[in-house]
Design a protein around this ligand. Structure first.
Ligand code: ADP
Ligand code: MG
Length: 496
């Protein structure tokens, strides 16, 4: 077991510094340097051309749309856009990299010197400075068979799928993030969330973390105080959820604090994050001067981004998330607090989709922030990972609005949808949840309730209208909660 210092104590004793490297897969139709489809899934090694895997004689050509997307990202992150920049070869061998080099950008990134304003839970704005955003290609995917947790260690053989090889990536690298203090985990998670929202708004990536469209490497170091030089960092690789980012940083801060305060030193290394228990474990040692033998890619011409093109892209940037949120808050009539809760829950898009599907903003908020948030929390997943769509939530609410089900039955229907029993109407039909407003069965239940409770009936006759509830209760019970309460009341009063 790794020894940890209590988090609250660790951040009192030490000043954490972070660095985030976020990879975003671009949603272009084809790959970065060849015409193979850029699609997720597919049978292994089917979305490839000779260039994707660097067969002899194959030559790359740069995907113009990918460059356009990269510039848009750079602009949205308030970066400078390079007038000209080149690709470089980053040389290393790994089975998922058939060419034994990755085409990337080293000292000539397309975008540099920017910043992102991140809104924290309490509305405070924290500015994260961006060092650079550069273009590169993704590698393929290894699958190790026979080892523990799919890791190479202990595996008996490995499979390689090159479908992802050559998928366009943007890597966004922050400057060291200082001054976040105990809020460092929150700042990091919100920063990545902000990036996700920005690239989605730009329409350049689906940015689905669970699919690996967006992955974060998280650097963490500690120092004695804000005036001390930077400490030695660790780099936790490929964390693929916001919760994971928060937890990995919390863990690293507690772990490093324990090591440092007991006289130990931090090894500069990569680490793996384990989502099951929120811990990290040692990967490989990594020095600052790793020699990838970068050199300019001789098979590609430099990129020259004309100022006219850049200005045209700038002028046509879509509405960015911070502005959109302000607009939606007004349209939806939410209070500042309500909107902040919705943003913090990562529910803006999902609520917007639910409203588009026909639900009122209030109803959409009620479902996603209530029942569904609770369910997501219980199973430790993000809202969009729940097995229910905005359209289904809107349909559920429509069943309530049409009086087909009441709120209580709606919750049962929701349970059914989440359990994979189909659309709300289907679940209502299959589970027989529809409100009974047919007079036949209701009259029977009402008359039985009146016969069983003559004293209550007397009270109502005597003018105590409040006692009607005492009759509605048994009727509800007899109809398993499915009686239309309004109709029941009418039927009782008719009989008094
Ligand atoms: P690498 O090649 O190791 O991935 P990068 O420069 O791409 O290095 O990324 C390193 C990240 O870590 C950057 O975001 C950088 O700002 C950040 N960083 C650098 N030094 C420290 C440190 N001492 N503590 C925390 N973060 C750091
Ligand atoms: Mg890096």
């Amino acid at each position: 077991m790794t020894k940890l210092m209590k988090y609250s104590e660790a951040v009192k004793k030490f000043d954490p510094v972070l660095g985030l490297e976020v990879h975003v897969e671009l949603g272009t139709a084809t790959k970065m340097f060849d015409a193979a489809p850029n699609e997720f899934g597919g049978d292994p090694n089917t979305y490839i051309t000779p260039t994707s895997i660097g067969l002899p004689g194959s030559l790359p050509t740069t995907n113009r749309t990918a460059v356009e997307y990269a510039i848009k990202i750079g602009l949205a992150l308030n970066c400078q856009i390079a007038q000209t920049c080149r690709f470089a070869r980053k040389n290393y061998f790994y089975p998922d990299l058939a060419k034994a080099y990755q085409i990337s950008q080293s000292d000539e990134p397309i975008a540099f010197d920017g910043y992102v304003d991140v809104e924290l839970d309490d509305g405070e704005i924290f500015r994260v400075n961006i060092e650079r955003a550069h273009m590169e290609e993704d590698a393929g995917k290894n699958t190790h068979i026979g080892g523990e947790d799919g890791r190479i260690h202990g595996a008996t053989y490995s499979l390689v799928d090159y479908n992802r090889s050559g998928v366009p990536l943007i890597e966004i690298v922050t400057r060291p993030i200082e001054g976040a203090g105990e809020r460092a985990p929150e700042v990091a998670a919100k920063y990545v969330q902000t990036l996700r929202d920005i690239v989605r708004a730009l329409g350049v990536s689906e940015a689905r973390m669970e699919r690996g469209n967006l992955r974060a490497d998280v650097n963490v170091s500690l120092r004695d105080s804000a005036d001390s030089p930077l400490g030695t960092r660790t780099e936790t690789k490929n964390v693929n959820s916001f919760r994971g980012i928060d937890k990995a940083i919390r863990f690293e801060i507690s772990r490093q604090a324990q090591v440092l305060s007991t006289g130990g030193t931090i090894t500069q290394e990569t680490r793996h994050y384990h989502a099951e228990d929120g811990t990290t474990s040692s990967g490989r040692e990594k020095s600052d001067a790793e020699d990838y033998r970068y050199f300019p890619e001789p098979d590609l011409v430099p990129i020259v981004a004309s100022r006219e093109w850049v200005e045209e892209l700038r002028a046509n940037l879509p509405e960015l998330p911070a502005i959109r949120r302000r607009r939606l808050r007004e349209e939806w009539g939410y209070t500042d607090m309500e909107m902040r809760d919705v943003i913090n829950a990562g529910a803006v898009d999902i609520i917007e989709d639910t409203v588009k599907a026909g639900a009122s903003p209030a109803a959409a908020r009620k479902w996603w922030m209530g029942e569904l948030s609770r369910t997501a929390k219980e199973s430790d997943v993000d809202l969009e990972e729940l097995p229910i769509t905005p359209a289904q939530v809107a349909e559920l609410q429509k069943l309530v609005d049409d009086g087909k089900i009441n709120d209580k039955l709606a919750r049962q229907a929701l349970e059914g949808v989440l359990a994979g029993e189909g659309d709300p109407a289907q679940v209502v039909a299959d589970r027989g949840l529809e409100v009974v407003s047919d007079d036949g069965p209701l009259i029977e239940a009402v008359e039985a309730a009146m016969a069983d409770n003559p004293d209550v009936v007397e009270k109502i006759r005597g003018g105590k209208m409040g006692a009607v509830g005492a009759l509605i209760g048994p009727v509800m019970k007899a109809t398993r909660g499915q009686a239309d309460a309004k109709r029941v009341r009418e039927l009782i009063l008719e009989r008094i």
